[in-house]
Design a protein around this ligand. Structure first.
Ligand code: PR8
Length: 444
C-alpha cells in the first residue's frame, strides 16, 4: 500500500481532472460504499470465483464478530448492481452511465510494485453502464475505447488494443478489451480494460426493465476501468536518465522560472520574474518561480528531475539584453526569447513542441517494438529482445494455451481479424486457417 506525497499527488490530480473531463461528457459521477456484504459479493458465481483469493474481509465491528463478513471492494459491480436492480424500472430509465473514482483493495498474490500492482488501488476509476439492447452495450464498449484513446493520446502514452483471450477476460464478462503499453524493458503493462458484461450480472442481480413492447427484459451491461498504473506508464514512457519528463497537461508546473540572483540587481530580476509569471498565468499556464537561496545549478537539476516541460532562466545580464533563456526538458536545448516580443506565444510553442516530441518518441518506440513472425520458434528470441510479437492464430483456446505453454509468455489477445480467405495458417499447428493476428509478450 502506497503513499501519495505532494508532488505526486498533484500529478495524480491533473491526470484525474483530464479523465473526469472526458467522462463527464456522457457519464455521471457517483459514490458507493466501500464495504460489500458477503452475500452480495457471492451472488455472481463466476465473478466471486475470479476474486476469491484477492478479497480482504472485515470480520469484526469493534470487539464483536459480525454476523455477516464484509468485503473491502476489489471492484464495485456487486456494490452497484443491487441498486441498479432497484432503480431501473422502465426503458426510459436507460441507459445508465455512472462512474466513481475510489480506492479498491486486492490481495494481489503476484509480486507487488509501486503504482503498477498495488494492494490498495488508490485511484480506481470505474464506470458501470446498463442498456436496453445488446447493440447499445457493444457501442458503449466502442465509446469507452474512444474515450481512453483520447485520454492516453493527451498523455502521449502509446497503446495496443486487443481483445483478451477467453481465459484472461474479466470474471463475469462476455469479452474484455484491453489497452497495453510497452514499458522500456519491453514488458507490457495493462493500463485500461473495458468489459462487455452481457446479461450475466443482470440475471444474477435481477436488473430488468419494461420495454416499449410491454415485455420485461434483462438489461445489457458494460464496465470499464483504469488505475494508478496510468501514472506509472507516464513515468516509464517519457522519463529519461535525468528524471521525469511530464506531459504539460499533468505537470504540476508547466513553466519554472529560475532567477539568477546576485546582490546587485536582485530586486529588478525578481520583479521581472514575477511579471513574466503573471503574463504566462494569464494565458492559463501553471508557473512557479524557484527563488530558493541555493545555487542555480542545483535548481536546474531539481526541475529536470521533476520534469517541468519548460524552464526560463533570467539573470541581470539577460535583463539588460531584455531576454530570457528558455530550455525544453526533452532536448535540453537553450533558446533566447525576447521579453517584449511574443514571449507568451513563444513559450506556448515550446510547450506544444515538447508535448508533440514526447508523444512521437513514445509511439515510435512502441511501433519499433512490435514484430511479426510466422515461426513459433522465433517468439522467445523476439520477446527476450524487448518486443511484443504479433502472430497468426486460429483463435482456438486449446491452441492458444499451447502457444503460451511452449513459449512461456502471455497472449495479450486478438489485435486484428483476418480475412477468412487469406490462406494464412495458424502459427501453432500450421494446418488451421488463421482467423486473427494476435499479440504475445512478457507482461507486468
Ligand atoms: C475491473 N470493474 O475491475 P479490471 N494495481 C494497480 N492497478 C490495477 C490492479 C492493481 N492491483 N489491478 C487492476 N488494475 C472492472 C472495470 C470495474 C472497472 C488496473 O477491471 O480488473 C488495470 O490497469 O481489469 C486494469 O486494467 C484496471 O485496473 C481495471 O481492472
Amino acid at each position: 500500500m502506497a503513499i501519495w506525497m505532494p508532488y505526486g499527488f498533484q500529478i495524480r490530480k491533473y491526470t484525474l481532472e483530464l479523465l473526469k473531463e472526458l467522462l463527464d461528457k456522457d457519464n455521471e459521477e457517483v459514490l458507493f460504499p466501500m464495504l460489500i456484504p458477503e452475500a452480495e459479493l457471492a451472488k455472481e458465481g463466476i465473478h466471486v470465483k475470479g476474486f476469491e483469493d484477492e478479497v480482504y474481509w472485515v470480520t469484526k465491528g469493534g470487539q464483536k464478530e459480525l454476523n455477516e463478513q464484509l468485503a473491502l471492494r476489489p471492484t464495485s459491480e456487486t456494490a452497484i448492481y443491487p441498486m441498479y436492480s432497484l432503480w431501473i424500472r422502465s426503458h426510459i430509465d436507460l441507459p445508465i452511465k455512472y462512474y466513481q473514482i475510489v480506492n479498491t483493495f486486492r490481495y494481489e498474490t503476484k509480486h507487488t510494485r509501486p503504482l503498477i500492482r498495488v494492494r490498495e488501488i488508490t485511484t480506481f476509476k470505474e464506470a458501470h453502464t446498463a442498456h436496453a439492447t445488446k447493440d447499445e452495450a457493444k457501442e458503449q464498449v466502442e465509446d469507452y475505447i474512444e474515450l481512453y484513446k483520447e485520454f492516453f493520446n493527451d498523455l502521449g502514452i502509446p497503446y495496443l488494443i486487443s481483445e483478451r483471450p477467453s481465459w484472461d477476460k474479466f470474471p463475469g464478462a462476455d469479452y474484455t478489451m484491453a489497452f497495453d503499453t510497452i514499458m522500456p524493458d519491453g514488458k507490457t503493462l495493462q493500463i485500461a480494460t473495458i468489459h462487455n458484461l452481457g446479461q450475466t450480472f443482470a440475471k444474477t442481480f435481477d436488473i430488468t426493465f419494461e420495454d416499449k413492447d410491454g415485455e420485461h427484459k434483462h438489461v445489457y451491461q458494460t464496465c470499464a476501468g483504469l488505475s494508478d498504473r496510468v501514472v506509472a506508464a507516464m513515468i516509464a514512457n517519457h522519463g529519461d536518465e535525468k528524471g521525469l519528463r511530464l506531459p504539460a497537461m499533468v505537470s504540476p508546473n508547466q513553466v519554472t522560472i529560475i532567477p539568477i540572483l546576485f546582490k546587485k540587481g536582485r530586486k529588478e530580476v525578481l520583479d521581472k520574474c514575477e511579471e513574466i509569471k503573471n503574463q504566462l498565468e494569464a494565458a492559463g499556464l501553471r508557473v512557479n518561480i524557484d527563488d530558493r537561496d541555493i545555487r542555480p545549478g542545483k535548481k536546474f537539476y531539481d526541475w529536470e528531475l521533476k520534469g517541468t516541460p519548460v524552464k526560463l532562466e533570467l539573470g541581470p545580464r539577460d535583463l539588460e539584453k531584455n531576454i530570457t533563456i528558455a530550455m525544453r526538458r526533452d532536448n535540453l536545448e537553450k533558446v533566447e526569447l525576447d521579453l517584449d516580443d511574443m514571449l507568451v506565444d513563444n513559450v506556448l510553442n515550446l510547450i506544444n513542441e515538447y508535448d508533440e516530441e514526447l508523444n512521437a518518441k513514445s509511439w515510435n518506440f512502441l511501433e519499433n517494438h512490435v514484430k511479426l513472425t510466422t515461426e513459433l520458434d522465433e517468439i522467445p528470441e523476439l520477446v527476450e529482445a524487448g518486443n511484443v510479437v504479433s502472430f497468426n492464430w486460429c483463435g482456438d483456446d486449446e491452441c492458444g494455451k499451447q502457444i503460451e505453454e511452449k513459449t512461456g509468455y502471455d497472449i495479450l489477445g486478438i489485435y486484428e481479424e483476418l480475412d477468412g480467405e487469406s490462406g494464412i495458417k495458424c502459427i501453432a499447428n500450421d494446418k488451421e486457417d488463421a482467423k486473427y493476428i494476435a499479440l504475445i509478450a512478457k507482461t507486468y
